[in-house]
Design a protein around this ligand. Structure first.
Ligand code: MSP
Length: 643
């Protein structure tokens, strides 16, 4: 049996038909924080992530891109690996379901379940879309039994399939959940799953003959194993099942699956039933987190609002991004991602609260004590008070981390940081310095360093790089990760020389940020993926776009923005200014006089101080990086509408 001192945490393994987005980043960062937290607490940790590479979806995407499924997987997996590097993820293993070590385990499990009668051969009946090669469940069908994707009529189909006898485990599952009410969190999800199981479980089809891209059923190669059956087993493969008995004994069932709310049934019904069938205990915890919307809207490729984690790290830094995702919303709730909200948190929580506490303290240690932290001989109740608050914070933080309540853990820590800043305001060390009360000053600064050292330790799982910088500036040896939480047990050692460095988080000027952001939006509108097709729109949607004929009357570069032109256009009934990102493609003098097409009813935006009212239309080559403005085939009065 695994002990309390081992901790195994997983992320879902991600499909390789998509680029990594904020949803993937979110779960993986949360898992990383738990792994780092437990390592610092002295636990033995196993933290795994990976990619889910088989199945219809991957095969179809590969086909559409003109490559094999394996080529697609090989290519996409690199995006995930790169992202985990950029996000400083410290996983112990990265599994790909196409690896032989995994295929072996899946086949062995499949065979074992066949042998013991938990998997049997039967027939699957359903409505099938032939062009899309997929069964469509009744709940997703279009009008008149049509395919929701291609809208063609569905055909009744009967197919041979292997089934997992999940019905056999219904009672055992209910019993397990009754005895382990914390095994599914949040609580609302627990209730949802239990009532679903109570409503009755039907045996699950676990093989397909309609596609080739999967792990073959042992001894019956016409079938491939259903992708979810294959994917869930990754959690056992990385844990060494069935051969590595030591690893299994250490980490099973101390496994904590972090998943999005959409995949909870697979993790809380199918997966534990599979484990029960194998004679294994179901996972200690499945935690279902919520979904991110973006500025209030569902994230989707066609809306073009998919948050690119690479870009966020590039713009704001990895630690600020990690902090924001975990601080902004309670894990388990849905949340809304807004860059402005992130910038505001950087300014208030990181630059102002945390950064200032460190900076003010170290500045005074340097100014009044030549950079040396001294022993605290002249203590006052105020000092005891804040040290007691620090101890209490540590407990609240531990409890919150134990419940995966990252936001609560951070809130508690930031309350302490706030108290630290207030303590400076109250004790006024600069006054003590000027008055020559050096013993009292030494006590105050030493107390502050004790609080800051704890802050560095508690910040570390969420913002490891920042914590390391704090540690170094505090003059401490090694890193917070190496030191572990136990380092907070003793008072800050006297005699240490601090090393104040750059500020942790420079403040972001909101006005400048808004302009830079608008410029980014424009630049992006010139950079669509040529292979991408948009969602269908109605004629009414199209009518909303007010397109008119205009003539360029002036064009000049926007200072300090090498991609932007300030372009004045004549619409017949008025003149207006448009800022456009086409400077790489045109010379100003070649633009003047051109008759072009303008989107007139675009919301105005301020770019580098220039208000832009509208947008020019241009074609961007899908072959190379050329670009051409749209013009008219004949003379036309300025301001004419385009339909
Ligand atoms: N391959 C399966 C998982 C198999 S695990 C044995 C899969 N992959 S996925 O790539 O489609 O999704 C992975 C995770 O991303 C899911 O947990 C899903 O909830 C999460 N998210 C997708 N969009 C999301 C948001 N907008 N916000 C937060 N998480 C989101 O499912």
């Amino acid at each position: 049996m695994s002990s309390d001192r081992t901790f195994y945490v997983t992320t879902p393994i991600y499909y390789v038909n998509d680029v990594p987005h904020i949803g993937h980043a979110y779960t993986t960062i949360a898992a990383d924080v738990l792994a780092l937290y437990h390592r610092m607490a002295g636990d033995r940790v196993l933290f795994c992530t990976g990619t889910d590479e088989h199945g219809q979806k991957i095969q179809a995407t590969a086909q559409a891109k003109g490559m094999t499924a394996q080529e697609l997987a090989d290519r996409t997996v690199e995006n995930f690996r790169r992202l985990w590097e950029v996000l400083h993820i410290t996983h112990d293993d990265f599994i790909r379901t196409t690896e032989p070590r995994h295929e072996r385990v899946v086949q062995a499990i499949f065979q074992k379940l066949i042998d013991q009668g938990d998997i049997y051969k039967g027939t699957y009946e359903g409505l099938y879309c032939v062009p899309c090669e997929t069964y469509v469940p009744e709940s997703q069908m279009g009008e008149g039994h049509t395919c929701p994707d291609c809208r063609r009529p569905l055909q009744p189909m009967t197919e041979e399939s292997y089934f997992f006898r999940i019905s056999r485990y219904q009672e055992a599952l209910l019993k397990f959940y009754e005895e382990n009410p914390d095994a599914i969190q949040p609580r609302s999800r627990y209730n949802e799953v239990v009532s679903f199981i109570r409503s009755g479980l039907n045996d699950q089809s676990v093989s397909r003959t309609t596609l080739k891209w999967g792990i073959p059923v042992p001894g019956d190669e016409r079938h491939v194993i259903y992708v979810w059956f294959d994917a869930l087993i990754n959690y056992l493969t990385v844990c060494g099942y069935p051969d590595d008995e030591e690893r299994m004994a250490a980490f099973w069932p101390a496994v904590h699956h972090l998943v999005g709310k959409d995949i909870i049934r697979f993790h809380c019904v199918v997966w534990p039933a599979m484990l029960l069938a194998l004679g294994l205990t179901p996972p200690r915890k499945v935690f279902a987190h919520g979904w991110w919307t973006v500025e209030g809207e569902k994230m989707s490729k066609s809306k073009g609002n998919v948050v690119d984690p690479f870009e966020m790290v590039d713009l704001y830094g990895v630690d600020a991004f990690r902090y924001f995702l975990l601080r902004e919303v309670a894990f388990g709730n849905d949340g809304d991602f807004s860059e402005l909200a992130m910038v505001q948190r950087i300014n208030s929580d990181l630059a102002n609260d945390l950064g200032n506490l460190l900076n003010r303290t170290l500045q005074m240690v340097e100014r009044f004590q030549g950079g040396r932290v001294l022993g605290a001989t002249e203590k006052e109740p105020l000092d005891e008070e804040i040290l007691a608050a620090a101890e209490a914070t540590r407990r609240t933080y531990d409890e919150a981390m134990g419940e995966f309540a990252f936001d609560e853990a951070l809130k508690a820590l930031w309350t302490l940081i706030g108290k630290g800043n207030k303590y400076i305001d109250t004790t006024m060390p600069w006054k003590l310095g000027k008055e020559g009360r050096s013993d009292r000053l030494a006590a105050v600064l030493s107390t502050l360093c004790t609080v800051l050292r704890l802050a560095a330790l508690l910040v570390s799982p969420v913002m490891p790089a920042t914590a390391r910088t704090m540690w170094r500036q505090l003059g401490l040896e090694g890193t917070p990760e190496e030191a572990g939480f136990a380092a907070a047990d003793s008072p800050f050692p006297a005699g240490i020389i601090v090393a104040k460095g750059d500020v942790l988080f420079p403040r972001i000027d909101i006005e400048a940020w808004k302009e830079a952001r608008a410029a980014r939006e424009i630049a992006k509108s010139f950079d669509p993926d040529p292979g991408e097709h948009e969602e269908e729109i109605s004629i009414d949607d199209f009518r909303k776009v007010e397109l008119r004929v205009a003539r360029i009357v002036a064009a000049e570069p926007v200072p300090k923005a090498d991609k932007l032109f300030r372009i004045d256009v004549d619409l017949g009934y008025e003149r207006r200014t448009i800022v456009s990102g086409i400077r790489e493609y045109y010379k100003a003098e070649d633009l003047v006089g051109k008759t072009i097409i303008v989107v007139c009813n675009l919301k105005p935006a301020k770019l580098r101080g220039v208000e832009s009212r509208g947008m020019l239309l241009a074609a961007e080559s899908c072959r190379d990086d050329s670009l051409a403005l749209l013009t008219l085939d004949g003379a036309m009065a300025l301001g004419s509408r385009i339909h």
